[in-house]
Design a protein around this ligand. Structure first.
Ligand code: NI
Length: 238
């Protein structure tokens, strides 16, 4: 009978068990992220910003902090405008004081990986390393940890999304690509934003280019003239 019983024992399937743990962990993080986002929006509403009823737009600056970032912060401060900075971890490690100035300027700092690889080409451990090293660098420099990730080149799949969630990061892409890195032309960058913006737009810009920084004051003026409210990505309506 013992032998027969042993034959009937269900051995836990290691793979199924691992998948169940991963799914549960991911669900916990997804819930935590959703709550933190709801909290940000509630704080925004308390401060008079409600993107569910207003025309909001989020300017986002990728790839810094770099030599031009300080000048961009001055332009934004002069305009009383906020933005989201998707920073590269190794650049934060090189210029921690600039990363700190981003946060002190009232902007949102977000994760753009450690050294800008295509995340879908990396294995799980390497993706986690890209995300976590950047989280640490930002936390060390600014005292806050990002909750948004922009994968370089917008290169993302379900596996990378799952790894991001488990690192406490929500993937944020964009809908308005200015191609500023290609044109390197401030007037053209400004023109593209004005021509393509719509309520809720997330505008892709790069603060590593002087021509982009040159465009920002005009972009802010154009958007405000059209009744847009400039917000960080956490305040956009879902
Ligand atoms: Ni980038």
């Amino acid at each position: 009978m013992l032998d027969a019983g042993a034959d009937g024992v269900v051995v836990p399937d290691a793979v199924a068990l691992r998948d169940a743990v991963v799914a549960a962990t991911e669900a916990v993080w997804a819930d935590r992220l959703a709550r933190s986002l709801a909290e940000s929006r509630a704080q925004g509403r308390a401060a008079g910003v409600d993107c569910a009823v207003e025309r909001c737009v989020a300017l986002t600056f990728d790839d810094g902090p770099d030599a031009e970032t300080g000048r961009l912060l001055e332009v934004l401060a002069e305009k009383h405008a906020t933005a989201t900075f998707f920073v590269v971890g190794r650049n934060v490690a090189a210029r921690p004081q600039v990363a700190r100035a981003v946060v002190e300027g009232g902007h949102l700092v977000a994760n753009h990986t450690w050294d800008h690889p295509r995340l879908t080409t990396l294995d799980d451990a390497a993706v986690r390393d890209q995300l976590e090293r950047t989280q640490s660098a930002v936390r060390d420099a600014t005292g806050t940890a990002p909750t948004f990730l922009r994968p370089p080149y917008g290169d993302v799949d379900d596996r990378v999304r799952s790894l991001a969630t488990r690192a406490g990061l929500r993937v944020e892409l964009w809908d308005l690509d200015t191609q500023d890195w290609r044109t390197r032309d401030a007037e053209e960058t400004r023109r593209r934003v004005a021509a393509q913006v719509r309520p809720g737009s997330v505008v892709l810009l790069h603060d590593i280019h002087g021509s982009t920084v040159d465009a920002v004051a005009g972009i802010v003026d154009d958007l405000r003239r059209e009744g847009y409210r400039l917000v960080t990505v956490d305040l956009l309506a879902p």
